[in-house]
Design a protein around this ligand. Structure first.
Ligand SMILES: Cc1ncc(COP(=O)(O)O)c(C=O)c1O
Length: 390
């Protein structure tokens, strides 16, 4: 895109920043629904349940009790204390309260992280297929995304594959596990390879653990907990998925110095911190019993198993995802071009999905089906799939 010569123009650094294709699908679905059509909503990534009552009431109580003033822009101390405890017990990341910062959701934490570490012209290695906004966050820092084929890395060796993408400009690795859109969960051995590579080449790791509570077998594992990694890792978390708090815009990031100073500056001058009543809701969310989180995971597992077996049954080959709430079947049987496949499925079967190519070239030939919907919605989608392939 060329920039106009006139003074009335956007800053050039926004030239390479796109709008999410996912939003385009969402708009199309809304248009179809407005026409009275029933659409099977497999395009989204929002939990199927509502924000738990106790969390909602914590925010309401905070408002009623006039907790409506400025809070520290990094987050109030009781919240940061609770986060420090959570990080130690659940993630084996041991930090102090000034190494954790509240953010307006995971996206904001990731935005701040990329702004903190990338200079114009730097390169960031991104395992692909990848969550699309990451490419835009990197572009917004005037840096370059370099895609690393995740499955290729799995087959040929993580370190070897990363090495093929390394240049003197490489500065950071984006490490998302469980992954959106594939549901892939990196093994501890793979994380160790990424860590060894980062240490060998003096790179920063930006870890994204948005789906840490959605690992179907085994426990979450944080790359920052590996020896030598805490000092070079910025890890982003969100309340969106675990606690069904997508609309609250609540998250946090953990990082040592010098990164935390950068994070504080970016957060101070972008949002000046998370809304005070939301911080009370975050504090309450952290008190959620582990059994409640596990029960939700089992509900997601049931959805996954139902959908994945139906996808395979109609010939859309799909490995059961090890984490998150997305299935990523091969859909070349419908069309080799995933945008065309998504369009066919939407128009002929009224099933809304996201084309795999939106998530980078390595996603081509696939569609993302989000299964964080109700069981009834999954059953209806399966019915439509069977009719379409009949
Ligand atoms: C991989 C990944 N990271 C981060 C996020 C950020 O979510 P939020 O900004 O709602 O916290 C998402 C949301 O879909 C995601 O899929």
């Amino acid at each position: 895109m060329t920039t106009q010569l006139s003074g009335i123009r956007l800053a050039k650094r926004l030239d390479e920043v796109g709008f999410s294709d996912i939003v385009l699908v969402r708009n199309k679905v809304m248009g179809m629904r407005a026409e009275g059509l029933q659409v099977h909503p497999m395009h989204g990534g929002e939990p199927f349940f509502e924000t738990p009552e106790l969390i909602k009431y914590a925010a309401i109580k905070a408002i009623v009790e006039n907790q409506t003033h400025y809070a520290p822009s990094s987050g109030m101390l009781p919240l940061r204390k609770a986060l420090v405890e959570k990080l130690a017990t659940k993630n084996n990341i041991h930090v102090t309260t000034d190494q954790v910062i509240a953010t307006m959701g995971g996206t904001h934490g990731l935005y701040a992280a990329f702004q903190t570490v990338l200079d114009p012209g730097d390169e960031a290695l991104i395992f692909s297929p990848y969550w699309t906004p990451i490419g835009d966050l990197v572009a917004g820092a005037q840096a370059r995304r370099v895609l690393v084929d995740t499955l290729g890395a799995r087959q040929n060796g993580v370190r070897k594959t990363l090495k093929q993408c390394l240049t003197p400009r490489t500065r950071a690795i984006y490490f998302n596990t469980p992954q959106n859109p594939s549901g892939l969960v990196f093994t501890k051995a793979e994380a160790e390879e990424v860590a060894a590579f980062a240490i060998e080449h003096d790179l920063i790791v930006i870890a994204d653990e948005a789906y840490e509570d959605l690992i179907y077998d085994g426990s979450p594992f944080s790359i920052a907990s590996l020896p030598g990694m805490a000092e070079r890792t910025i890890t982003s978390y969100t309340f969106s998925k675990t606690y069904a708090m997508t609309g609250w815009r609540a998250g946090y990031t953990v990082a040592p110095e010098p990164f935390m100073t950068g994070m504080r500056k970016i957060i101070l001058y972008s949002t000046n911190g998370v809304t005070t009543p939301v911080q009370y809701a975050m504090l309450e969310a952290l008190r959620t019993p582990a059994a409640e989180i596990a029960a939700h995971r089992e509900q997601y597992r049931a959805r996954r198993d139902l959908l994945v077996s139906a996808l395979n049954e109609v010939g859309l080959t799909c490995e059961p995802p090890a984490g998150a709430f997305y299935a990523f079947p091969n859909v070349e049987k419908i069309d080799k071009n995933s945008r065309v496949a998504a369009q066919i499925l939407l128009e002929k079967a009224h099933i809304a999905t996201i084309p795999g190519s939106v998530f980078g070239i390595h996603g081509e030939g696939h569609l993302r089906f989000g299964y964080a919907v109700t069981l009834k919605e999954i059953e209806n989608c399966i019915g439509a799939l069977r009719t379409f392939f009949a």
